[in-house]
Design a protein around this ligand. Structure first.
Ligand SMILES: NC(=O)c1ccc[n+]([C@@H]2O[C@H](COP(=O)([O-])OP(=O)(O)OC[C@H]3O[C@@H](n4cnc5c(N)ncnc54)[C@H](O)[C@@H]3O)[C@@H](O)[C@H]2O)c1
Ligand SMILES: [Zn+2]
Ligand SMILES: [Zn+2]
Length: 396
């Protein structure tokens, strides 16, 4: 019997690499002959994982984490027709059946058939259907023909894996944030959050032709990382308000498009930059986005948060000034990124060297055994995107 090892969530601030079950083509009583088993080539640590590891969700102890997966097919179920053993594939973090109404409309982040509790599923994630995570040596991926993006050439894929590994989540997610904020040629964009999603959204905005991309955060290393590929930055620990700092850069206190790459653990601005203020980003984006502009919200908001700042926040009720957004006719786009909408064109942009997202987010490759330390350093605000290489397949 083949063996497996994976990164297991044990409780707040406690993850460990353990021996785990080798995957089967099933989930509980559900047969998954439409699935494949992947040898994991690269699997990334995400800010979404951190929400769980910080104890800010109802994630159960024993959950194998990991929803950002690139792998090589080692076994295909009998119903898989177009994916073969040996293929190197990118796995969208959303699990989608390809058969339901939402999948047929391209809304693969809210598939109706993969999570009995609610629309939408993901690997290794709380409330997301119980699918086993991929921060492991091996993982099972269902509905393989529909979900997987096969790279055209295995050798080339391994050569460019630092960029391609970002196709499972943050590059499409950041790009989706920019697209849904209406970014196009000549746009002036503000991106809240200089974590990997914010930096991927900045790189995505540049690919879309933005004239000016401004990234805001409180962590100096992350702001420096944003400047390293041509972004302007706003330091939210300063007393000057966000609008005032945007005014200094743009010449007016508003932008065309804004993207929330922070989510519900947002901190306040200025003297409150060490205090959690979950609605700060949403409210400040309404303030600085021009009337008629759009706001992309990939940052995660939850329906249950045991660590919420008050009783309202604990159930996801935030003090949002919707009257302001209404008065300015803002568009808002929330939810999981439907990765499949973007991963193929973004793959082509990477393969044809039109974009280098790995440089933007500072991809840093680590072994599976180094993953618990990676979680700690990422939590401290390292300006890095940690990519776990469980089999030593990524050239250093
Ligand atoms: N919608 C999706 O499909 C999707 C996919 C992936 C990640 N996400 C979410 O995107 C968010 C960002 O992910 P990440 O990996 O970059 O996480 P991260 O935690 O590394 O980055 C968040 C950054 O926001 C900064 N920040 C806090 N308060 C701020 C404020 N008021 N203004 C500006 N910056 C502020 C933090 O200092 C941090 O650098 C998370 O909520 C994650 O769950 C959503
Ligand atoms: Zn992710
Ligand atoms: Zn579906």
């Amino acid at each position: 019997m083949a063996s497996n090892r994976g990164l297991v969530y044990l409780g707040p601030h406690n993850v460990e690499v353990q021996t785990t079950d080798y995957p089967e083509l099933s989930l509980g009583t559900r047969s998954c002959q439409h699935g494949v088993i992947l040898k994991v080539v690269a699997t990334n640590i995400c800010g979404s994982d951190q929400h769980m590891v910080r104890g800010r969700t109802t994630a159960p102890s024993g959950l194998v984490l990991g929803h950002e997966i690139t792998g090589q097919v080692v076994e295909a179920g009998q119903d898989v027709e177009f994916i073969s053993v040996g293929d190197i594939v990118s796995v969208p973090f959303n699990i989608a059946c390809g058969r339901c109404r939402n999948c047929k409309e391209g809304k693969t982040g809210i598939c109706l058939h993969v999570n009995p509790a609610r629309p939408g599923a993901a690997y290794g994630y709380v409330d997301m259907g119980g699918w086993v995570g991929g921060q492991a040596e091996y993982v099972m991926v269902p509905y393989a023909d529909f979900n997987l993006l096969k790279f055209p050439d295995a050798d080339q894929a391994l050569e460019k894996i630092r960029d391609l590994t970002l196709l499972s989540d943050i590059f499409p997610t950041g790009f989706h944030g920019a697209v849904s904020a209406g970014v196009g040629p000549g746009s002036i964009v503000y991106i809240a959050g200089g974590g990997p999603v914010g930096l991927a959204s900045a790189a995505g905005s540049q690919l879309l032709g933005a004239a000016l991309v401004i990234v805001g955060d409180m962590i100096p290393e992350r702001l420096a990382q944003a400047r390293s590929f041509g972004c302007e930055t706003v330091d939210l620990t300063q007393d000057a308000t966000l609008a005032e700092q945007i005014d200094q850069i743009v010449g007016e206190p508003e932008v065309d498009s804004a993207v929330d790459c922070v989510g519900f653990e947002a901190r306040g601005h200025g003297s409150e930059s060490n205090v959690e203020r979950p609605a700060t980003v949403l409210n400040s984006l309404m303030e600085v986005t021009r009337a008629g502009g759009s706001i992309g919200i990939p940052g995660l908001y939850v329906t249950g948060d045991p660590g919420g700042v008050d009783e309202n926040a604990k159930v996801g009720n935030l003090g949002i000034r919707i009257g302001l957004g209404w008065a300015k006719s803002h568009d808002f786009t929330t939810g999981q990124c439907p990765v499949m909408r973007y991963h193929r064109p973004l793959m082509q942009a990477i393969l044809h060297e039109k974009t280098r997202p790995a440089e933007a987010v500072n991809v840093t490759v680590i072994s599976l055994d180094e993953a618990p330390k990676g979680y700690k350093d990422f939590d401290k605000g390292a300006a890095k995107k940690y990519v776990i290489d469980p089999h030593g397949m990524v050239a250093v």
